[in-house]
Structure formats: C-alpha cells, structure tokens
Design a protein around this ligand. Structure first.
Ligand code: C2O
Ligand code: CU
Length: 512
C-alpha cells in the first residue's frame, strides 16, 4: 500500500435541501492504494494491533426480556459506547446496546420476535433485518425513522413513518433457517452509521437444519467481517461531508466509489485467534463491509481434499454441499462452511485468510489446533435441504435494471435504470405469488440486494441455493428468478455498496 498526500479537495453532492455542507473538522483524510482494489483505501493514522494477539470474541445470544408460547420480546438501545479495538486506546462507537458489533440474536422458525429499539443517539436511525421476510412497516424502510429520544434538529425526508424515540419491530420469521444480519438503513446515511457500529448478526434456526447434526455449540462460529480505519486518537475515520450526519449526505470525492478501510476486523477484533480441536467446525461468515470484497481461503489447505464444505449461503442451506478451496464474498453476502481440522497435527496454526487483501486486510482468524476431538468428523449427506428449482419457463415476465454511476457537476450519483432513489417512484409492481426474472447489468462492481424476497441466480453452476445478494462485476449481467410469495407492500431493491446506496442507488418495488 502506498501512502499518498493528504486530501485537500472537498467535493460531493449535496442533494438534501437543508443545512450547509459541514467540512470534516481537524482530520486530514489520507488515501492509499491496495493491490487488486478498484478504488482508494482510507488510511489509518494509528497502529493496528499485531495480528493474532487477541482471542476471537464470541458473544452469547441476547436474552429476551419476556417470552410467551409463540413470541420473544427483546429490548435494544442504540447508543454511544466504546470498543477495545486498538491496543492502547478505546474507540468510540455507535452501537446497539453500545456494542460493536451489536448483540447476537438467535431465533427459531415459528416464533415471532419483537425488538423494542430505543434511540439514544443524536441522529435518526432505522433498523433493517437483512434477509428477513418482514411486513413492510417493520422492514426498516429508509424513511421510517426512529428519531432520537431527545429530539434534536435533523433533516427528515418525507415519505415514511416517523417514530419518536422508539419503535417495536415485529419479525414473524416464518422462513427457512439462515444467517441474517441487522444494520442501520437510514436514508442517505447508512454508510457512516453502519461504519460507526450499527450492525450485528442474527442466527435463524429451523427443524430441517437441526436434523443434519451440523457442528454446533462451541463448534459453530458466527464471524462478522468488516473493514475500518482509525484516526490519530483511535476514533473510527469515515470521510463524511457532514461529520455530524445531520444534513448533508455523501463522502469526499476520492471515496465516492466506496469507502475501503485498511484494517479488517472479525467480530470487532483485528485478526483474532481461536483454539480448536481436531474436528469439524461450522463457520458462519457475513461480510458487513461497506464496499470491500473478499476472497477467502486457508493459508495451509489440508493435505488431502478441499479445505471447505460449503453448505449454505444468504438464504440458508443449499440443496447439497460443495467442496471449495476459496470463495468470493461481496458486501452483505453470507457463506456457511464446514472446516475439518482433523488432518492438522496438534500445535498447528491454520489461518483463515483474505487472499485479495493487502497489509492489514489479509489476516482474518488464526485457528490453533489444541488437541484431539471427541466427536466424529462431520460428513455432508447427499442432500442438505429441500429447495424447489424455479423454472424460467414459469416466469410471467423479465424486468431489467441497470446499475450505473452518473457524474454530475456536484459529484457522482449512483442510479438504477437512470433514476436516483425517490420515495415516490416505484420501479416494479410484481403481483404476489408471481414468478419473475430480473436482469441486472452494471458499469462497475455492484452487489445487488433485494429485500423481502430470496431468489435463485440463473446460469449459476453451483448447488441450488436461495440468495438475497448477487455480486456483479464491472460490465456484468446476471439474471435472478424469484417468486414473490412473502408480504405485500413496498420494499427495496438496492446496491449494497453503502456509499452507492447513500448516493441514490436504491429503488422501490411494490408487491401487490
Ligand atoms: Cu442489508 Cu437494504 O440492506
Ligand atoms: Cu453499487
């Protein structure tokens, strides 16, 4: 990574109609280049901890405050807190319960989850359960703000439902098992608010999965992967035009294509280690980066066979397992793999690695093999999950969406089919129950996400699987097929590069 000069030029697009652009105070943002990354990296101004010096944090699932035969109620407070990420200084964060990442949620199909969210931050927030099939009012639409408990002066776009101080999100969770995650989705400011810490994991279970005897308990490791950069005082750096996140959306022009941090964290720690036995472990990986893509592998593949059995993806278990050597992950994607450490001698150190990373962004987790396991190695059955293959011949139509960056005098915007997001525009009105094909095309890399509808990627040679993000490269074209069998109402389709999203790359679709 090469260091370049401090950034002086400030630019961006101010498309809010209130408030002056505030310049980031007292921090000069420095850009670097990392081999293989399509755009500049935001450089830290403080040393990151030595890799493999701290254990992997594995938080216990959050406990409900009350439960009935069919429901569990949780309380969550968005507030300022501190995270111990660097060696000698605490990092201020905005987190759910003040933590970064937020608490782990665990749910079971058939039980409704209620999450009472109280906002003690100085800005409006929105909670979205990514991968959830959720009634519109609870989905975390970007204009359905939960404004601060204390009030305050904020620019709120019209078009949603405003909640004062708190809101109870109801998640029926009548859906197959899978790794979901939750994060902020505030209009114009998702990028900085997720970056500051408003993100967490959610494991959803069902009977089909439970019957497989997958590695569980301490042999199941939820791993939230993201990249961040740190300022001279250990603070999280993010090149917002308005550091108070009140009025003006957007980032300094050098970072308009996406903010890449120079330090990768797993469960909030840079390059942690974790002790394992010589047996099978299930890694449930979610990429919560704003813009960074990963290629993940082991630094020492086992002597025989491939290191991973992939068993699942965004929408839970795949039809059958596949052996993998490495795998790509775009922002918001999830991968579920089983790793077998039985071939490694006691004392081995095996590293989960980002093969497309540079300094600070390569090391993920070091597994230290401590002794024999008392359980048999997990072997995949011929079939993992019952998945209906959606037939393109049954699709009632094909819709096309282009994802493109469009320069304007004020700075770049990001558009879907030639429109920036507007609450009033509906890009598609599928009928509930219909099967449709959606075709996406791109100019540059865009990870495309659809709310409230899992889909199958057409022309994909892998095992049949349900996805909610499809990663497109530059000048790419992918087709997905889905049946709109979840709730009716207005939902989002958007790019999950959060800087693109904040600069307009979202569209409404309405299930009738
Ligand atoms: Cu992960 Cu619309 O979000
Ligand atoms: Cu994009």
């Amino acid at each position: 990574m090469a260091v370049s000069s401090p950034l002086l030029a400030l630019a961006g697009c101010d498309r809010s109609d209130a408030g002056p652009a505030r310049r980031p105070a007292d921090v000069a943002y420095r850009v670097g280049r990392e081999t293989g990354q399509p755009f500049p990296v935001l450089l830290s101004q403080r040393d990151r901890p030595a890799p493999y010096s701290r254990p992997l944090p594995l938080p216990a699932p959050l406990r409900p405050v009350s439960s009935t035969a069919t429901e569990d109620v949780y309380e969550l407070v968005a507030r300022a807190g501190e995270a111990q990420i660097l060696d000698d200084v605490a990092t201020p964060v905005w987190g759910y319960d003040g933590q970064f990442p937020g608490p782990l949620f665990e749910s079971r199909r058939g039980r409704t989850m209620r999450v009472r969210l109280r906002n003690e931050l100085p800005v409006p927030i929105v909670r979205h359960l990514h991968g959830g099939h959720t009634p519109h009012r609870h989905d975390g639409y970007p204009l359905d703000y939960v404004v601060p408990y204390d009030g305050g002066d904020h620019h709120l776009h019209p078009g949603g439902e405003v909640h004062h101080g708190e809101f109870e999100y109801v998640y029926p969770l009548d859906q197959r098992a899978g790794l979901l995650w939750y994060h902020d989705h505030r209009m114009d400011f998702s990028g900085p608010q997720v970056w500051r810490g408003l993100v967490g994991l959610h494991l959803h279970r069902d009977d089909e999965e439970a019957a497989l005897g997958l590695p569980a308990g301490e042999r199941e490791l939820p791993l939230l992967v993201c990249d961040r950069s740190f300022g001279p005082d250990g603070q999280l750096l993010y090149p917002s035009l308005d550091q108070e996140l009140r009025h003006t959306p957007g980032v300094l022009r050098d970072f308009a294509d996406g903010v890449l941090g120079d330090t990768v964290l797993v469960n909030g720690v840079h390059a942690p280690f974790h002790e394992v036995r010589q047996g099978s472990y299930r890694l449930r990986i979610a990429v919560a980066s704003n813009a960074r893509h990963y290629r993940i592998g082991l630094d020492r593949p086992p002597a025989s066979g491939e290191p991973f059995w992939q068993i699942g993806t965004d929408g839970g278990l795949m039809a059958h397992a596949r052996p993998l050597r490495t795998f790509l992950m775009a922002p918001a994607e999830r991968v579920d793999v089983v790793v077998d450490f039985s071939g490694y001698p006691v004392g081995s150190r095996v590293r989960l690695t980002n093969l497309s990373g540079g300094r600070g962004t390569t090391d993920l987790v070091e597994f230290r093999v401590t002794g024999p396991d008392d359980r048999p190695v997990w072997r995949p059955p011929a079939r993992l999950s019952e998945i209906e293959r959606l037939d393109p011949a049954g699709a009632v139509r094909t819709r096309r969406f282009s994802f493109t960056k469009v320069p304007t005098a004020a700075g770049p915007t990001f558009q879907i089919s030639h429109h920036m997001f507007s609450a009033d525009r509906v890009a598609a009105r599928p009928r509930q129950g219909d099967v449709e094909i959606w075709e996406f095309t791109t100019d540059q890399q865009h990870p495309v996400h659809v709310h409230n509808a899992h889909f199958q990627v057409l022309d994909d040679p892998g095992p049949l699987a349900w996805k909610d993000v499809v990663s497109l490269g530059a000048k790419d074209r992918r087709r997905i097929i889905t049946r709109f069998d979840s709730y009716r109402g207005r939902y989002l389709l958007h790019c999950h590069n959060l800087e693109h999203e904040d600069m307009g790359m979202m569209a409404n679709y309405d299930i009738r």
